[in-house]
Unconditional design. Structure first.
Length: 217
């Protein structure tokens, strides 16, 4: 089930945002609200495991004692490095925070809480559109990756298939390749193994062929 996830260290803020967003998401979608994860390294994999198409993030994640030791902009940097096209909306009471303003180009929008509360339907529609685009694009890339992998494995490789397969794998990201859905993980792991085998075979064939310009006696 496609999801939108809200991350905020304050439970009251999460509940408020949940109640604002949930009535306006399409049928079949769910909205998840969670406290900041224990480790920032967990975010890319966790988001994909939950089938989350969009992250609605608070900037100040360290206000609750004993909670996160990182800020929202740190999450943005970490997720963007591994999932470069993942949609992130920052919902904050401090829209002029210097760290956030500096990273504005790395997020879909920097939304003030009071503005969001005035127009939740409009903002939720924007969030859903971004999430749907991301999920559709990734499913399409997975499908293409499967087709390319099948051609390579069957010996019907087309020109540029291996280059395209590696490019898609990099775009999906290392966290995506390690996602918990067995079918997706097996597909990408299997593709990597197939590509390595083809590279080895190509090297063996190259070693058997005469160098350019050589002539047989």
């Amino acid at each position: 089930m496609p999801s939108i996830v809200i991350v905020d260290d304050r439970e009251d803020a999460r509940t408020t945002h949940l109640e604002l967003i949930r009535p306006h998401v399409p049928e079949g979608w769910q909205v998840i609200d969670v406290a900041p994860l224990l480790k920032i390294e967990e975010y890319p994999l966790w988001l994909l495991e939950q089938d989350c198409g969009c992250l609605v993030l608070d900037e100040r994640l360290t206000e609750v004692p004993g909670g996160a030791t990182y800020s929202g902009h740190d999450v943005i940097d970490h997720v963007r490095e591994r999932l470069p096209e993942y949609p992130i909306f920052v919902l904050t009471s401090y829209p002029k925070d210097e760290e956030l303003v500096r990273r504005f180009g790395a997020v879909e929008a920097l939304l003030a809480r009071n503005e969001f509360q005035r127009r939740p339907r409009e903002h939720t529609a924007r969030i859903v559109r971004s999430a749907q685009r991301f999920l559709d694009a990734h499913e399409q890339r997975l499908s293409e990756l499967g087709e390319v992998s099948a051609r390579i494995a069957s010996g019907g490789e087309l020109l540029g298939d291996r280059t395209r397969a590696r490019a898609i794998s990099e775009l999906l990201g290392l966290a995506f390749a390690a996602a918990a859905q067995p079918g997706r993980r097996d597909l990408i792991d299997g593709l990597g193994s197939t590509l390595d085998q083809w590279d080895e075979l190509r090297d063996q064939l190259d070693s058997l062929l005469p160098a350019e310009g050589d002539e047989s006696e």
